[in-house]
Design a protein. Structure first.
Length: 358
């Protein structure tokens, strides 16, 4: 499946093709989505119980490793993994089938600030038609291409709720955003948004547990992606230094630059090892111990990928920041990862909080 995904991305999301799509006045952020569906990419996130062909941590790692160097902006991780874990926990078989068939693109509308481990403040209240939502979900990634939102809200009696909400439901205002890596997002404002009572997928402790589980899987997937980008940036830099000459000699022969690339190689290797730890941790039961391993791994992979992509841009010289070179896009994607599923600082704070409890 990983090899098939690489072939699909090479055909539909080649760097120049992707760059042209993202540079358009109205970027096509689902350009490779039909091909990913045809290749069965979402099925890698679900077990055969739910109609998939994967669902294991190893499947998540293979998917992320295959896709990362091609920098897709399509919402595969969000729809199939982040939301897939919640839909699976809720036993929402119909919604899962719709995701696998490409009829539904769910997006998690959860965080209301920089810390996704904080309980939601968006208000859900009884209404004649069932429920009503009022509040905001800022900078919701992939909101521009979503067909449905998994909205987290707070009920005075039931606590946290996760609700399945059509993106076209009345009372939802969207202010479109463009993220640093080219993906889309939107500030969502819910104003007396009506939902029927069956829209509640999970509530109370079950909802909180599903959110934390989804965050664990998302962070592990992002750790693999960051490690893959660190490797891609390092390899691209070494290739460039090998062919680029200065003073009649390849840049790769200069000792100072050899040391810089050696440091990048060490960082990329460290990132790969820690991403492996995050993936292995997903085989553990959900809880603080698993979360600590994954959070620590995400911090290390974030830092290593930042090191590799920053140095890749610098060692390419002034052209390293240009839109025409892929290393600048690696740098942007790593910057986005560091703010996805909680900021780097929020993850560090969460890790310290969990360690203090043990």
């Amino acid at each position: 499946m990983a090899a098939a995904l690489e072939r699909v991305m090479a055909r539909t999301n080649d760097f120049e093709v992707r760059r042209a799509r993202m540079a358009a006045d109205h970027p096509d952020r689902l350009g490779a989505w039909p091909a990913l569906l045809e290749a069965g990419a979402p099925t890698m996130a679900f077990s055969d119980v739910h109609g998939g062909c994967g669902g294991s941590p190893a499947d998540l790692a293979a998917m992320q490793m295959a896709l990362a160097p091609f920098l897709p902006v399509e919402p595969l991780l969000m729809a199939a993994v982040t939301c897939g874990r919640i839909l699976s926990a809720a036993g929402a078989a119909g919604a899962i089938t719709a995701v696998l068939d490409g009829e539904m693109i769910p997006v998690l509308a959860h965080a209301e600030g920089f810390d996704p481990w904080q309980p939601p403040r968006l208000d859900v209240s009884p209404a004649p038609e069932g429920l009503r939502l009022n509040g905001r979900k800022p900078a919701t990634r992939h909101a521009d291409v979503a067909t449905h939102f998994l909205v987290t809200a707070r009920d005075a009696a039931a606590g946290t709720m996760i609700l399945l909400c059509p993106a076209t439901a009345p009372g939802i205002g969207q202010t479109a955003l463009r993220l640093i890596d080219g993906a889309g997002a939107a500030d969502l404002v819910f104003t007396d948004t009506p939902l029927p009572a069956p829209a509640v997928l999970l509530q109370g402790a079950a909802a909180d547990a599903a959110i934390h589980d989804a965050l664990d899987w998302t962070l592990a997937g992002l750790a693999v992606e960051a490690a893959a980008l660190a490797r891609a940036a390092t390899d691209a830099t070494l290739a460039y230094l090998t062919i680029r000459e200065q003073f009649g000699r390849p840049l790769a022969t200069f000792q100072a630059l050899q040391h810089r690339v050696a440091d990048m190689e060490i960082a990329a290797t460290e990132a790969a090892a820690m991403a492996g730890e995050a993936i292995a941790a997903l085989d553990r039961p959900s809880g603080p111990d698993r979360a600590q391993i994954i959070l620590a791994a995400s911090l290390v992979t974030d830092t290593a990928a930042r090191h590799c992509t920053h140095d890749a841009v610098q060692l390419h010289g002034g052209m390293g920041v240009s839109d025409e070179l892929v290393v600048s896009h690696y740098l942007r994607r790593v910057a986005a990862i560091r703010g996805q599923a909680g900021t780097h600082d929020a993850r560090a704070a969460r890790l310290l909080e969990l360690e203090a409890r043990t």
